[in-house]
Write a protein of this length. Structure first.
Length: 219
């Protein structure tokens, strides 16, 4: 059962936007009409656009992620992948891996780790599997809102996520959540620890930030 299953019907676009976390309207496509979208629409994408959409309350919601955020996400994917080569306890996924947290709720963490105990038996069998990752990581973009991220956190932990990291490169912080209400904020001198989810894994906030600040060498 989803956290929104018993909410009353949406009666206005203003209420819909509030319910989704006060996100910009341009992240909500008009086709299919809000409230009528399905998982098939997540995979089809409106008009064939090369955009990534989550499914929330029958509404397609565009992920607010660009070049910069993808760069930061892929760096972490690489680090976790290297860790898993030496510690084969699961698999790491990037910022386009669709996951059904609850019926009608499809989220796509920017980075996620799924232990073998939770991983689908046949990853190729279903485009949107029923799975809640052990670790969900969100790289906060300019288009994200605080209320949107709060809603995502509630959904993640309600679905069984064990740990969540919110990386805000503009604030230069990482918030590490081990439960919905318990978190630690790390600054540039901080070290993100994998804890019980990724035992022995560490990445420094400064190193993570530096990836997005590198400049192309001059010829």
């Amino acid at each position: 059962m989803s956290a929104t299953e018993f909410l009353p019907p949406v009666i206005s676009l203003a209420e819909l936007v509030r319910r989704l976390g006060d996100i910009p309207l341009e992240r909500i496509p008009a086709v299919p009409p809000p409230g009528s979208a399905t998982e098939a629409d997540v995979l089809r994408r409106p008009g064939g656009e090369k955009r990534v959409y989550e499914l929330v309350d029958g509404v397609l919601v565009e992920k607010a992620m660009g070049y910069y955020e993808s760069l930061l996400a892929v760096f972490l994917v690489g680090r976790i992948h290297a860790y898993l080569e030496a510690n084969p306890i699961g698999e790491v996924l990037g910022p386009d891996a669709t996951m059904r947290l609850f019926p009608g709720l499809v989220r796509i963490p920017d980075v996620s780790f799924v232990s073998w105990e939770r991983a689908p038996e046949d990853a190729a069998a279903e485009a949107i599997p029923d799975v809640a990752p052990d670790l969900a990581v969100e790289v906060i973009s300019r288009g994200n809102t605080p209320d949107e991220m709060e809603r995502k956190l509630s959904e993640y932990f309600a679905a069984g996520v064990r740990c969540a990291w919110l990386f805000d490169p503009r604030a230069r912080t990482v918030r590490v959540y081990n439960s919905r209400e318990s978190f630690t904020t790390l600054g540039e001198d901080g070290l993100v620890d994998g804890g019980e989810v990724l035992p022995g894994f560490q990445v420094s906030v400064a190193e993570w930030l530096a990836v997005g600040e590198r400049r192309k060498p001059r010829q």
